[in-house]
Design a protein around this ligand. Structure first.
Ligand SMILES: Cc1cc2nc3c(=O)[nH]c(=O)nc-3n(C[C@H](O)[C@H](O)[C@H](O)COP(=O)(O)OP(=O)(O)OC[C@H]3O[C@@H](n4cnc5c(N)ncnc54)[C@H](O)[C@@H]3O)c2cc1C
Length: 431
């Protein structure tokens, strides 16, 4: 019987004809071979945390199943090889137990490793970049069912295409990451005005390992976060200090405010001002993966754009004016981050130092305004996050990616019959 699948944000759904739990690469290779011979399509899902329909599988859906094993850990060399469906929390725990850690992470750790990679997931960092940047080897099943292993020396074109590959360059079965000795982060969070934050962002990002900020629409207030590497003793946030992450941003208080704003949008500016007023400064030290990530239990929809780093603040300033001019009611803070350039051909951060602007709309509220914001970001040669909502298609995306044509040639080579296609890949990569 057909089983309906829905993503975390309830913005994409599928009714696959067959659902197959992954067991091992050999079983999946046979599955791909059979699908290809029958002219069917096959997609692997992760944890469904993409907001776009990138994971949608209406024919054969592969779930991570048992493809979550740790294959090898070499603490001395700083390498771990894991199967693709491992979730990031488990991965961090395994690394920690070997005295190791991921160099950088995004905001949450519920995604599968392959899923996070395939859409270009990132956090923020002065010297450390996206997830794809940590990958040194991939094992993949290609469109003919063959299993290959690629890295920077062995089929580098496929390696550069498939690290951020939207699931269109093969089924990723295993990933080798360059990792480093376990470290802690000293987090310093503080409120600041929009003008101070935007004027200081360049200096802060030069001075600290990881810098991000949240700007509260309808207010002049930001919450700034600086994270710096340390080997000091852990000093986790105290009960009250934890309020922002545990209650406000993630859970009850913010959820209640958003529901109030949804019922009475006219109150959103007042609610945002009240929220911004209670922001407070806090310092804490904890294991890196516990500082990088936090729970996000309030449902939302999201659009995020990768911009040339030098355009980040000008673009944000323009969007702020647009929001004021249009008098939209926006309850969620805008998240601002930056990373160094990376080398994956389809990564939104490819070949340019990148600043990210992320816009959120509370669950079941209007997000039509994303489109008008997107128009501004396109003027800055913005590239959409593949896992977050956008309206772009392959003809206008191609010029934004210097190695687009090379990546498409690789796609034709490894999946000529488009066994790995879905509507999303047809829209953004072409038929
Ligand atoms: C609350 C929340 C917070 C987030 N925070 C961040 C953040 O801080 N930074 C950021 O950049 N993004 C963030 N995201 C976006 C998220 O990291 C990405 O959308 C990511 O791709 C989701 O991973 P997943 O495991 O859920 O994969 P899915 O969304 O299920 O799938 C993503 C893609 O990977 C493909 N795929 C999965 N497994 C395989 C495989 N084995 N082989 C080939 N293809 C595969 C799927 O087909 C699909 O194309 C956030 C999302 C949410 C909901």
């Amino acid at each position: 019987m057909a089983r309906k699948w829905q993503n975390w944000a309830r913005t994409a759904s599928a009714t696959p004809l067959d659902v197959v739990a992954a067991v091992d690469p050999q079983q999946l290779a046979a599955q791909v071979e059979r699908a290809a011979a029958a002219g069917r399509t096959i997609r692997v899902i992760g944890s469904g945390h993409s907001f776009t329909s990138t994971a949608v599988a209406n024919d054969i859906m592969i779930t991570p199943g048992e493809l979550t094993r740790v294959r090898a850990v070499d603490a001395e060399a700083g390498r771990i090889t894991v199967e693709a469906g491992i979730d990031l929390t488990t991965l961090c725990q395994v690394l920690d137990s070997h005295g190791l850690a991921l160099t950088n992470m995004g905001d949450v750790r519920v995604q599968t490793l392959a899923g996070a990679l395939q859409t270009g997931t990132h956090g923020c960092g002065r010297d450390t970049g996206t997830f794809a940047d940590m990958v040194v080897g991939l094992e993949l099943i290609l469109g003919d069912g063959s299993i290959v292993r690629v890295d920077a020396n062995n089929d580098p074109d496929l390696f550069n295409s498939a690290r951020v590959g939207l699931g269109a360059f093969g089924v990723v079965t295993a990933i080798t990451l360059a990792v480093e000795p376990r470290f802690r982060l000293h987090a310093h969070e503080f409120p600041a005005s929009f003008d101070e934050t935007t004027a200081s962002f360049d200096a802060w990002t030069a001075a600290h390992d990881h810098v991000e900020f949240y700007w509260f629409p309808h207010t002049d207030k930001c919450l700034v976060k600086h994270n710096d590497r340390t080997y000091d003793e852990a000093q986790p946030p105290g009960k009250f200090a934890n309020w922002w992450e545990e209650d406000f941003l993630s859970n009850t208080v913010f959820g209640a405010m958003c529901r109030l704003g949804r019922a009475a949008p006219g109150y959103i500016p007042i609610l945002n001002k009240a929220a911004a007023r209670v922001l407070s400064e806090r310092d804490y030290v904890n294991d890196s993966w516990l500082v990088f990530t936090s729970p996000r239990n309030v449902k939302f929809k999201e659009m995020e754009y990768a911009l040339p780093r030098s355009s980040l603040i000008p673009a944000l300033t323009r969007v702020r004016k647009l929001m004021d001019d249009k008098n939209w009611r926006i309850s969620f803070p805008v998240e601002v981050r930056s990373v160094p350039a990376d080398t994956s051909w389809l990564s939104p951060a490819t070949q340019r130092e990148t600043g990210y602007l992320a816009f959120h709309a509370f669950d079941r509220t209007d997000h039509e305004w994303f489109v008008a914001v997107e128009e501004v970001l396109r003027e800055y040669n913005g590239r959409p996050h593949w896992g977050k909502m956008h309206t772009r298609s392959h003809d206008d995306l191609a010029p934004a990616y210097p190695r687009w044509d090379d990546a498409m040639r690789v796609r034709d080579r490894v999946d000529p019959n488009r066994v790995f296609a879905n509507d999303y890949t047809r829209t953004v990569l072409g038929d």
